[in-house]
Design a protein around this ligand. Structure first.
Ligand SMILES: [Zn+2]
Length: 426
């Protein structure tokens, strides 16, 4: 089929100062899909001559854009989002751990997985990197649901053997064995990838972190995801549990879980040594803006990390985060940088949440753009989907302005259609 409309995607490196040359925008475009993949792109008038027998789906004045990639979120927190009155450590104790303990049930895991995937798709997210609960069943449920949609899902069972309720604890040995089993079952099956997932240093003993490092070593194509330097109390507590280490990142580094496949959620309060380790190892600092505002965690040092050539990701961190929408997430990222006297360029933000995140995963040949041969993971954006944006769009003059309106005023209501691997799902 051919999708007709305003086609927009990023080609290469998003440059914060000069994003002008890094994208392709075709006002009257045609995007050609065969099976699961994108096979061609160009001016509609020319494309239709080359593919005369293809079905044309006209998206009119809407923007045809790559599906969003959410680099960090928590699938067992569908029922935790929007929980009142706490910061990180108390929020975990009061809301998150009790909810996550329900995922021992296969049926409950399945129900929530269905809802979670539905929420992702309705918000235009076509690739997700997700923490599951400590239970293997939660991982099976999520990958099973993602496989039904032929969606790119990167996920793992949290490894946690201390400082949580007893019914949420594994042991170093069981977490190692369960993770290894799940890798064999799911990694690189359909469009799934496994992420080795020690929750964070507070809930992992030194022995468990060491085994996470061993798993990473023996499974060199798996990702690693964890949390780092989210809030001041967390950092202080962490260092008290690991007194021999010079800083938070040092704990992960010396246990072998910091490399180019590592996704470090939050990464807010970093010292210069930690920043240079990020730079050297090519680990990814994953920004979670709505969560950082909601839990009062801190203001992500975007400019400093960008200028230090650190690989950066962006994500919702649902349920600490308050929206499944990457548009709302970009909006919050912009607002956080306003506190730091820096105005994030909307073109960079749209790059960041698609091709930028794809590059952080090393999947830029498969997702994140309309490069020929990549999966047809596509969303259709309507910039005038509610009364406020419709009226505001009356005076909109440039694409950059339109993107900024979309991220500031848009949300789930801006997502008109979603295709995953060439199949219309919304
Ligand atoms: Zn998180």
């Amino acid at each position: 089929m051919i999708l007709k409309g305003r086609i927009f995607h990023f080609l290469d490196k998003g440059n914060i100062d000069n994003p002008e040359n890094s994208f392709e925008y075709i006002e009257k475009g045609g995007l050609v899909i065969s099976g699961e993949k994108i096979i061609d792109i160009g001016e509609f008038n020319k494309i239709i001559l080359q593919y005369p027998n293809y079905e044309v789906i006209d998206h009119k004045n809407n923007i045809i854009f790559p599906g969003f990639i959410d680099l960090h979120n928590h699938f067992p927190q569908v029922q935790v989002i929007g929980s009142y009155g706490t910061q990180l450590l108390e929020w975990l104790r009061k809301y998150t751990f009790p909810e996550e303990s329900k995922f021992i049930s296969k049926d409950y895991s399945k129900q929530q997985a269905k809802k979670f995937i539905k929420l992702l798709i309705s918000n235009g997210t076509t690739t997700s990197v997700s923490f599951c609960s400590v239970h293997k069943e939660s991982v099976n449920a999520l990958f099973e649901e993602a496989s039904k949609k032929n969606m790119c899902m990167i996920a793992g069972k949290v490894m946690m053997d201390r400082n949580a309720p007893k019914n949420l604890l594994d042991t170093p040995q069981t977490s190692f064995q369960d993770t290894q089993d799940l890798i064999s079952k799911w990694h690189k099956k359909n469009r799934n990838f496994y992420a080795i997932t020690p929750r964070f240093a507070i809930t992992s003993s030194p022995e468990q972190l060491k085994l996470a490092g061993d798993l990473s070593n023996s499974n060199p194509t798996c990702y690693i995801q964890t949390h780092l330097s989210e809030n001041r109390d967390e950092i202080e507590y962490t260092l008290s549990l690991y007194p021999k280490f010079t800083h938070y990142l040092d704990i992960y580094l010396k246990n072998g879980i910091v490399n180019e496949r590592s996704l470090m959620g939050h990464s807010i309060h970093l010292n210069d040594d930690e920043i240079s380790i990020f730079n050297q190892t090519r680990a990814v600092a994953v920004h979670c803006p709505t969560s950082n505002l909601f839990l009062g965690s801190g203001l992500f040092p975007f400019e400093k990390l960008y200028n230090s050539n650190v690989k950066l990701g962006i994500s919702t961190d649902v349920g600490g985060g308050t929206s499944y929408s990457m548009l709302n997430t970009l909006d919050a990222a912009y607002k956080i940088q306003q506190f730091r006297n820096f105005s994030l360029n909307p073109k960079y933000s749209f790059y960041w949440s698609t091709l930028g995140n794809a590059k952080s995963l090393g999947l830029e040949d498969e997702i994140g753009s309309f490069k020929k041969g990549s999966f047809a993971d596509i969303i259709v954006l309507d910039s005038s989907s509610d009364m406020v944006s419709k009226i505001r769009m009356e005076t909109c003059e440039t694409l950059a302005e339109e993107l900024f309106i979309l991220q500031t005023l848009g949300g789930a209501h801006s997502i008109k259609s979603v295709y995953i691997a060439g199949k219309l799902l919304l």
